[in-house]
Design a protein around this ligand. Structure first.
Ligand code: NDP
Length: 285
């Protein structure tokens, strides 16, 4: 049989993107499965997104991830969107289909929901308090609502963003969402089952920082989750654990969305354990 030296290409477009570890995890999965696929990490400035997407086509790439600041601006390049991407209004994963069309999906929230399922934490009927209303929070809020959460309190500094997320959840899902302005030290609403830090507070190089909340409201039995994955053991999770909460870190969400993307692109199940171990090792230095 004739040899094929051409690798199938996927990757991530963003800025800043240098510290994005996704490629290491995806390539570990490809190698494990014997797939000649490469994941390239590409710096793309906001004004260059259109040229970059033309490049994705020209290079016959199989798909891309979008990260800051492109998740919304890429929408105009999509021929079709998943239900979740439509409701969330942002795309983090593009699948380039054989017929030349591009399909946009949002897998951040799906990865989060899967990380709760992995820990046997049910969402159905639960009350969630979501800190933040940015891209990650939107995706998590919508997916938790679609997965059956009963109520979602959105706590955010910027009222427009906070209200907009509550409105989207109320309009498109059965969950009841409300917005709580984040002024000074935020109180954790009584009855919260799952408390999620979906802000960027605590992210490297500010790993010593913690969202300004009153930890007295964190009670034993509550679940505390962080989207920040670098560092893995955030101050938020450490303090929540000291109050008796059960903790779920951001690494599971990252690996799970990477696995969903892997399957969307290759059509094969992802070798999750291989990908998780590789990523974990990256953060252990
Ligand atoms: P955005 O910039 O879209 O949103 C940031 C959010 O954080 C906003 O709600 C903002 O509030 C809030 N915020 C920022 N600083 C503070 C502060 N000092 N106090 C209170 N709130 C604050 O970012 P993303 O949503 O894209 O990313 C958020 C985090 O999620 C990042 O750390 C990112 O690494 C992580 N992430 C993790 C993933 C994973 O797989 N684990 C996947 C995707 C993202 P306001 O609106 O008021 O400005």
């Amino acid at each position: 049989m004739e040899k094929n030296y051409r690798a199938e290409l996927v990757g991530v477009l963003g800025d800043p993107v240098d510290g994005n570890p996704t490629g290491v995890m995806e390539e570990a999965g490809f190698e494990h499965a014997g797939l000649n696929w490469r994941y390239i990490t590409v710096k793309v400035l906001p004004e260059d997104l259109d040229s970059a997407m033309a490049g994705v086509r020209a290079f016959n790439m199989r798909g891309v991830n979008l990260t800051m600041p492109h998740k919304i601006n890429v929408l105009k390049h999509m021929d079709a969107l998943s239900e979740a991407a439509k409701v969330i209004g942002a795309v983090n994963t593009v699948v380039c289909r054989e017929d030349g069309t591009m399909f946009g999906e949002n897998t951040d929230g799906k990865g989060f929901v899967q990380s709760l399922a992995d820990a046997d934490i049910p969402l159905a009927g639960k009350t969630i308090t979501l800190l933040g209303a940015g891209g990650a929070a939107r995706s998590i809020g919508v997916e938790c609502a679609l997965a059956g959460a009963a109520a979602i309190h959105i706590v955010n500094r910027n009222p427009e963003r906070g209200r907009a997320l509550a409105d989207v959840i109320n309009a498109h899902t059965k969950a009841e969402a409300d917005f709580i302005p984040w002024v000074g030290t935020a109180r954790v609403p009584e009855g919260t089952d799952i408390l999620i830090n979906a802000t960027c507070v605590g992210l490297h190089p500010n790993g010593d920082q913690c969202p300004d909340i009153d930890f007295d409201g964190v009670v034993p039995g509550m679940v505390a989750c962080d989207v920040v994955f670098n560092p893995v053991d955030t101050v938020f999770l450490t303090r929540a654990a000291q109050r008796g909460a059960r903790c779920v870190d951001g690494l599971g969400m990252l690996v799970n969305q990477g696995c969903i993307n892997y399957t969307l692109w290759t059509g094969q199940p992802a070798p999750r354990d291989v990908m998780y171990r590789k990523l974990r090792a990256e953060f252990e230095g």
